[in-house]
Structures are given as structure tokens and as C-alpha cells.
Design a protein around this ligand. Structure first.
Ligand SMILES: [Fe+2]
Ligand SMILES: [Fe+2]
Length: 214
């Protein structure tokens, strides 16, 4: 999308539209197929199904946050190339959103009620990172994607091997997040100071704990 031609007001409207789609509607996805589409629905005992549904709810909220971070950064990024790169990764995060949403519904659960709150705070953090400058903003993406990657590993450890659907979604997401981190790193992302990395990790722990229940 040629964002450069947009006025500030246009951008506000586009961002609001993105926010509403992400939290309440159907996000715009790419042409990629859902990795779980052709796999058999797993037969899971009730307690395990509920647990996995909640893990997928956490992953869905993580993608809401990722989408908001990318949109916030795109709003304040200085260089058009940086903005364009973010847009591409953000679109893939929409695929993740849609795939997680499918799995939550199939497992009989619901999305987090706190998503509007997570979207708003992640958008503000993304915009602040963008204002700090492109190298910090890209560094922020590298760190966020790395943390998501290890968090996905932690979830994969908890999902049984016969649950091919949920595993396929998380494995494709993991591959994409590794790629997003690499794109941001090669575009000039700086290594963030340790206190910021710890703060991000703490914020994601708070999010995962809250979203498991709400
Ligand atoms: Fe993602
Ligand atoms: Fe990502």
C-alpha cells in the first residue's frame, strides 16, 4: 500500500480501520493457506482441549499485539522502506490472527475480552518505538519476534503430537516470526538495552497470565 501519498488524517482513518478489524472483525489476510486446513481434528480429552484452546487464545492475543505494534511503528517510522517492510510482516501477522481464531473456534473457546486493551497499549508502544528512530524500532521488532519464537516453543511442548492442527499453525507461525526477526535485523535493527528486553518479557508474562483466564 503506498502510504507515502496519505495525509495524516488518512493515516488515522486507516489505523482505526485496522484496529477495529484486528480486534472485532476479520483481518485482511494474504493468499497463504491455513496450515491446519487439511489436517484431521484432534480427539482431545475435555481438560486438555480447554487448555490448548486457552493457549491458542494467548497466541491470538499475541498476534493482536504484534499487529498493533506494527501499525503503531508504521505510523511513526521515518523511512518509507521501513514502513513498507513492516507492512509486509504485519500482513503475515494477520494470517496468524486468522489461523489462531479458527483454532479457538474449533476448540470451542472464545477470544480474549482484553484484546482492545492490549491493542491500544501495543499500538502506543509501537508508535513510541517508531519515534525513537528506525534502528530502535526495528530492534524492537527483532526482540519481540525472538520472544514470540521462544514462547511458541513453550506452547509446542505442551501440545500433544496427535494434535496436528494446532501444531501446524504454531510451527508455521514460528517459521514466520523467525523470518520477521531476520528481516528487521538485516534492515538495521539495533540490539536493545537489557532493561528494555526484560521489560518486554515481563509485559508478555503479564499478558499471557491474564489472557489464559480472561
Ligand atoms: Fe505472528
Ligand atoms: Fe511476526
Amino acid at each position: 500500500m503506498p502510504h507515502r501519498a496519505y495525509s495524516p488524517l488518512d493515516r488515522v482513518v486507516v489505523n482505526l480501520d485496522q484496529a477495529l478489524r484486528t480486534v472485532f472483525g476479520r483481518p485482511q489476510i494474504t493468499e497463504r493457506p491455513d496450515p491446519a486446513a487439511d489436517l484431521p481434528e484432534p480427539d482431545l480429552p475435555d481438560a486438555e482441549r480447554r487448555h490448548i484452546a486457552r493457549l491458542m487464545r494467548i497466541n491470538h492475543t499475541g498476534e493482536v499485539c504484534a499487529q498493533a505494534l506494527y501499525q503503531g511503528q508504521a505510523l511513526t517510522a521515518r523511512l518509507p522502506e521501513v514502513r513498507a517492510k513492516m507492512e509486509c510482516s504485519a500482513q503475515e501477522e494477520n494470517d496468524h490472527l486468522a489461523w489462531c481464531e479458527e483454532r479457538i473456534a474449533a476448540l470451542g473457546d472464545r477470544k480474549s475480552l482484553l484484546n482492545p486493551l492490549w491493542y491500544a497499549s501495543s499500538f502506543a508502544i509501537g508508535a513510541a518505538a517508531g519515534l525513537a528512530g528506525d534502528k530502535w524500532s526495528l530492534g524492537f521488532v527483532v526482540e519481540a519476534e525472538r520472544q514470540v519464537e521462544s514462547h511458541l516453543d513453550h506452547h509446542l511442548e505442551q501440545i500433544p503430537s496427535h494434535d496436528a492442527k494446532d501444531r501446524a499453525v504454531l510451527e508455521q507461525m514460528k517459521a514466520d516470526e523467525i523470518h520477521h526477526a531476520e528481516v528487521a535485523r538485516t534492515a538495521g535493527g539495533a540490539e536493545l538495552p537489557a532493561p528494555i528486553r526484560w521489560g518486554m518479557s515481563l509485559a508478555s508474562k503479564v499478558m499471557t497470565k491474564a489472557v489464559y483466564w480472561v
